[in-house]
Design a protein around this ligand. Structure first.
Ligand SMILES: Cc1cc2nc3c(=O)[nH]c(=O)nc-3n(C[C@H](O)[C@H](O)[C@H](O)COP(=O)(O)OP(=O)(O)OC[C@H]3O[C@@H](n4cnc5c(N)ncnc54)[C@H](O)[C@@H]3O)c2cc1C
Length: 336
C-alpha cells in the first residue's frame, strides 16, 4: 500500500504547488487525480490561454504554468495516482486511509483536498449498454495509451482531447483508427484539425463527420462493435475493441461532499486563521474547493493557502518539533 506524509486530492495548480512547499519542509506527498493528466482546470479547460496574474510572469500559457509547477515539484519525487477518484477515507491509527473508485488504497498522515470545482467527471453519452461495457471496451479517460496500440480504436468527440488522442493513436496504432464527430466542424485547435484531415488522407484515420454512435454491441461481456449513423441515415458497423467517447468533463463535488466535512454551497468550509483546516483534524482544503470569508478563486490565492496548509500539516504531524521558516535562497533546493 502507498504510504506518505500528505495525500493530496487534486493535481491542479494548487495541489502541485503544495508538493513543492511540503518538500521544503521534508514532507513527502502522493497526488491523486481522476483525470489522466495533471493540471486541473488549466489542462482540461484552457491549456492554450495566457494567464496574466501569476506573480513574476507578465503572461504565461496555462499549460506552460502546469509544466513549470511539475518541474518545480520534481526534486521532491511526489507519487501520482492518475485516472482514479478519491472516494472514501477512514482513520486507522495515526494514518488516514483513502480508497479510490478503482480500489487503490493510500495511507497518509494528513489529507489535503485540492479538488478545485470537484472531480472532473466525463460527460457520458446516453446509449443503451453504456454502463455494461464501461471499462470493458468503453473508456472515458486514456489512462495507459501504450496498452491500446494493437487494438481497434474508435474515438468520439470534436474537442482538443478527442483530436489529440486521435492524432496520437493514428500515428502509433497497428490499425487505422475511427474518429466520429456529430458536426462537420471541430472545436479543437486549428493545427490539430489540419493534422486530422492529413491523417485521414493518408488512411491512418477514418473520419465519420455529421455522425453519431447510435448503438453498441459486445461479445463475452466485452465491446466488439459500434453502429454509427450519419445525418443522411446511412449506417456503418465499426469493429471496435476500445471506444473512447471524449465529450468533455463536468466538475462535480462528488464523494468529497459526503466525507462529513462542513460544506457551504458546494465548497468545503475552512478556518483561514488556522492554516485552512477543515472541520476534521488533519484534513485541510486548499484552492477553489474551499470557502471562507473573503475567499477569491484565484491560482495565486491557492498558492498562498497551500503554503500555510503545509505549515499546519507539519505542526499536526510533529506537534513537538519547532520548525523555523527558512528562505529558499538560504536553504536552497537540490535537484535543479
Ligand atoms: C477559462 C478559465 C480561465 C481562468 N483564468 C484564470 C486566471 O487568469 N487567473 C487565475 O488566477 N485563475 C483563473 N481561473 C481559475 C483557476 O483556473 C482556478 O482558480 C484554479 O484552477 C484552481 O486550482 P485548484 O488546484 O484549486 O483546482 P483545479 O484546477 O480545479 O484542480 C482540481 C483537480 O482535482 C481533481 N479532483 C477533484 N475531486 C477529486 C477526487 N475526489 N478524486 C480525484 N481527483 C479529484 C479534479 O479532477 C481536478 O483535476 C480560470 C478558470 C477558467 C475556467
Amino acid at each position: 500500500m502507498i504510504k506518505t506524509d500528505i495525500i493530496i486530492i487534486g493535481a491542479g495548480p494548487v495541489g502541485l504547488f503544495a508538493v513543492f512547499e511540503a518538500g521544503l519542509m521534508k514532507l513527502k506527498c502522493h497526488v491523486i487525480d481522476i483525470t489522466s493528466n495533471p493540471g486541473g482546470q488549466l489542462t482540461e479547460l484552457y491549456p492554450k490561454k495566457p494567464i496574466y496574474d501569476i506573480p513574476g510572469y507578465p503572461k504565461i500559457l496555462a499549460g506552460k504554468l502546469i509544466e513549470n509547477l511539475l518541474e518545480q515539484a520534481k526534486p521532491f519525487k511526489p507519487g501520482f495516482t492518475l485516472g482514479e477518484r478519491a472516494d472514501s477515507f477512514k482513520k486507522v491509527g495515526e494514518y488516514f486511509e483513502i480508497t479510490t473508485n478503482l480500489g487503490t488504497k493510500l495511507k497518509g498522515k494528513v489529507i489535503f483536498i485540492a479538488g478545485g470545482l470537484g472531480s472532473m467527471e466525463p460527460r457520458k453519452p446516453k446509449i443503451e449498454l453504456i454502463d455494461k461495457f464501461e471499462r470493458k471496451g468503453i473508456e472515458f479517460y486514456v489512462k495507459d495509451p501504450e496498452t491500446y496500440l494493437d487494438k481497434k480504436i474508435s474515438i468520439s468527440g470534436g474537442g482538443d482531447s478527442a483530436l489529440d488522442w486521435a492524432i496520437y493513436f493514428s500515428k502509433k496504432s497497428k490499425h487505422p483508427i475511427n474518429l466520429i464527430h456529430r458536426s462537420k466542424s471541430f472545436r479543437a485547435n486549428k493545427d490539430s484539425v489540419e493534422k486530422v484531415f492529413e491523417l485521414n488522407k493518408k488512411r491512418k484515420l477514418n473520419l465519420y463527420l455529421d455522425s453519431e454512435v447510435v448503438s453498441i454491441n459486445g461479445e463475452n461481456d466485452y465491446l466488439n462493435s459500434l453502429f454509427v449513423k450519419d445525418r443522411s441515415g446511412k449506417g456503418y458497423n465499426l469493429k471496435t475493441d476500445y471506444w473512447f467517447p471524449l465529450f468533455g468533463l463536468v466538475p462535480k463535488l462528488g464523494p468529497l461532499g459526503h466525507w462529513g466535512l462542513d460544506i457551504d454551497k458546494n465548497a468545503i468550509k475552512v478556518d483561514n486563521t488556522n492554516n485552512y483546516s477543515t472541520s476534521k483534524k488533519g484534513i485541510y482544503a486548499i484552492g477553489d474547493i474551499n470557502t471562507y470569508e473573503g475567499k477569491l478563486k484565484l491560482i495565486l490565492c491557492g498558492f498562498h493557502e497551500a503554503t500555510l496548509a503545509v505549515h499546519g500539516a507539519y505542526k499536526y504531524i510533529y506537534p513537538d518539533k519547532k520548525k523555523n521558516l527558512k528562505y529558499t535562497t538560504i536553504q536552497g533546493v537540490t535537484g535543479f
